[in-house]
Design a protein around this ligand. Structure first.
Ligand code: ADP
Ligand code: MG
Length: 321
């Protein structure tokens, strides 16, 4: 590493080793030293964001910093884990102080909000790419996995669907700066709020969970595949925000649009009575959108008619996937 890179790490990232418990040694040595909590399993996940692929290249740097961490915290939430530590591998085309300042502020604000300490990373030159690794704690045998859904379980989602997909269209068509509903929808794309409290509240009660990164139809199909089951969705029940309705959002955004970073989970009928309390402790609304079936595949019911729902996601920057 060059002297310039050491300076860069000191300036922008060293201060972020917050006083998170369990950090024996943070940024600055050859490796971090961490003390996991007793009687807990560690959940570990890693995600890479590439400029122009996973976020618009002209996105505000503070939003890129937020999003780089948010997508990983979302994975933690889908496991019912409490995030504790993060590592950041940053590849930058050039040292741009204004960009780095915005990026590190966005990252730090979300990290602080969730008590996550940045304990290490790597810094290199190349096309813009951000890889974040997050480690978190989960009770032994208490993680939310994809494979536990059973026929008869209800299918639920947190928050609202389709906002990010509609928001990307607004971001692309402008005019900038966006205002009103368009600005709010684009904010849902650029600054997703990971549902960490919801995941923790659901651990021990939900039978399966997944976070919605590639769209409901594709991600739910992954969960069902792991569970060896199928499902019928109530398309009229999919939760939409007021801004989404006002901006003429469509069912396709909600089913196949990615980047919502809401949680989709399954609950046995006996657990439905407790959903009010779970929503209160999670601080987010939860909506029942369908039922797990023994028959494989995904179906959607709308106005009495049932049709097949393709497990197709939407790649915002390169067509369908
Ligand atoms: P090495 O050459 O041993 O990999 P580096 O010089 O890359 O070490 O990094 C020095 C220290 O700075 C290490 O503790 C590393 O974890 C940390 N670090 C490097 N880049 C980042 C970054 N982008 N964010 C946080 N910590 C970083
Ligand atoms: Mg290194």
């Amino acid at each position: 590493m060059s002297g310039g890179e050491a300076e860069l790490i000191r300036t922008y990232f060293r201060g972020m080793t917050a006083s998170q418990e369990g950090v024996v040694l943070g940024v600055g040595d050859d490796a971090a030293l961490l003390r996991p909590r007793p009687q807990r399993w560690l959940a570990a996940s890693c995600d890479t964001l590439i400029g122009g692929v996973h976020f618009p290249e002209d996105a505000p740097p503070e939003a890129v910093g937020h999003r780089g961490l948010a997508v990983n915290l979302s994975d933690m939430s889908a496991m019912g884990a409490a995030p504790a530590w993060a590592l950041l591998s940053l590849t930058l085309p050039e040292e741009d102080p204004a960009w780095l300042d915005g990026f590190s502020r966005g990252f730090a604000a979300l990290a602080d909000g969730h008590g996550v300490a940045l304990v290490g990373g790597d810094t290199t030159r190349g096309s813009l790419s951000i890889t974040v690794t997050v480690l978190g704690h989960v009770a032994e045998h208490g993680a939310l996995c994809r494979g536990g859904a059973r026929p008869g379980d209800g299918i639920w989602v947190t928050g609202t669907l389709g906002d990010a997909a509609r928001g990307l269209e607004c971001w692309r068509t402008g005019p900038h700066p966006l205002t009103g509903d368009a600005a709010w929808l684009a904010g849902r794309l650029l600054r997703p709020e990971p549902r960490v409290a919801a995941g923790r509240a659901l651990a021990g009660t939900a039978t399966a969970a997944i976070d919605l990164s590639d769209g409901l139809a594709l991600d739910l199909s992954r969960l069902l595949g792991e569970s060896g089951a199928g499902a019928t969705l109530d398309l009229d029940a999919l939760p939409a925000s007021d801004a989404f309705r006002a901006a003429d959002g469509e069912v396709r955004h909600m089913l196949h649009g990615g980047d919502d970073y809401e949680l989709c989970f399954t609950l046995p009928p006996a657990a439905e009575g407790g959903i009010g309390e779970i929503q209160r402790s999670a601080g987010v609304a939860m909506t029942r959108i369908g039922t797990v079936d023994a028959e494989p595949g995904l179906r959607g019911r709308a106005g009495g008619a049932v049709r097949t729902v393709e497990p197709r996601g939407y790649d915002h920057f390169g067509g369908t996937r």
